[in-house]
Design a protein around this ligand. Structure first.
Ligand SMILES: Nc1ncnc2c1ncn2[C@@H]1O[C@H](COP(=O)(O)OP(=O)(O)OP(=O)(O)O)[C@@H](O)[C@H]1O
Length: 228
């Protein structure tokens, strides 16, 4: 598994400090991040592939600095947003997945076609390959957004609330997809059932790490913190 080191990280948007003193080494295959609205989870997640740069400290992915070596880190770390509409850029399902491989000069057109066919098949999108991407259901759109990242074979998949817009059936589909991945997964979620049995969950409270341990300890801590 890759090693993600978050060293002395703080972040401020203007004058507003939203993360303080975050030190974490993440080596587990499955890492959950929980916390109240506005606690800083998305900011932390976005730092893992350089979408947000820390104002203090640094984030290293297998030794590469996510702020300084952004392009290299983004090749290693795929990022899934809560709203797949924000991530779908091409007219058809197949074109959207192909678009992710546009810069891969090391792959022939045949290789690319094979990789695209493979993910479309794996995520039940093959029958929709030539359909307009924006006509898919919300669940299928999220699967497409994830497929378009996974076709690049990242070492880490960071997902920021990927089931927020989905019904229970499609949430379970995404949950099964994440469970089946060989890659390291870092998942920000309010859907605590997704984290059942996970070896590492970090609870962020007002920009600081409030609890860190297996889901069996941290999820009950977070429920108590929220008075739930
Ligand atoms: N681009 C931005 N500019 C200014 N403030 C921001 C920006 N992004 C986030 N914030 C603020 O930073 C704080 C932390 O936001 P963040 O999105 O990291 O929290 P979160 O824990 O992911 O919240 P949620 O569960 O609601 O998604 C919030 O108060 C938010 O309003």
């Amino acid at each position: 598994m890759p090693t993600i080191r978050i060293e002395g990280v703080a972040h401020a948007y203007g004058d507003r400090r939203v993360l303080e003193h975050v030190d974490l080494t993440l080596t587990e295959p499955r890492v959950g991040i929980v916390g109240a609205n506005g606690s800083g989870k998305s900011t932390l997640a976005r730092m893992l592939n350089g979408l947000v740069e820390p104002t203090e400290g640094r984030v290293l992915v297998d030794g590469l600095d996510a702020a300084r070596d952004g392009a290299a880190v983004r090749r290693k770390v795929g990022f899934v947003f809560p709203d797949p509409e924000a991530q779908i850029v091409m007219p058809t399902v197949r074109e959207d997945v192909e678009f992710s491989l546009r810069r891969r000069r090391d792959l022939s057109d045949d290789d690319k076609r094979r990789l695209v066919d493979e993910v479309l098949e794996r995520y039940s999108l093959a029958d929709h390959a030539d359909h307009p991407a924006h006509q898919l259901s919300s669940g299928q759109k999220q699967l497409l957004a994830i497929a378009a990242i996974l076709v690049t074979r990242p070492d880490v998949l960071v997902c920021d609330e990927p089931t927020t817009l989905l019904d229970l059936r499609h949430s379970h589909q995404v949950s099964r997809l994440l469970d089946a991945l060989d890659q390291q997964v870092v998942l920000v979620t309010h859907h605590l059932w997704l984290l059942e049995g996970w070896e590492r969950v970090v609870c962020i409270d007002e920009g600081r790490v409030a609890a860190d341990g297996p889901a069996g300890e941290v999820v009950p801590f977070y429920r108590r913190l929220m008075g739930a």
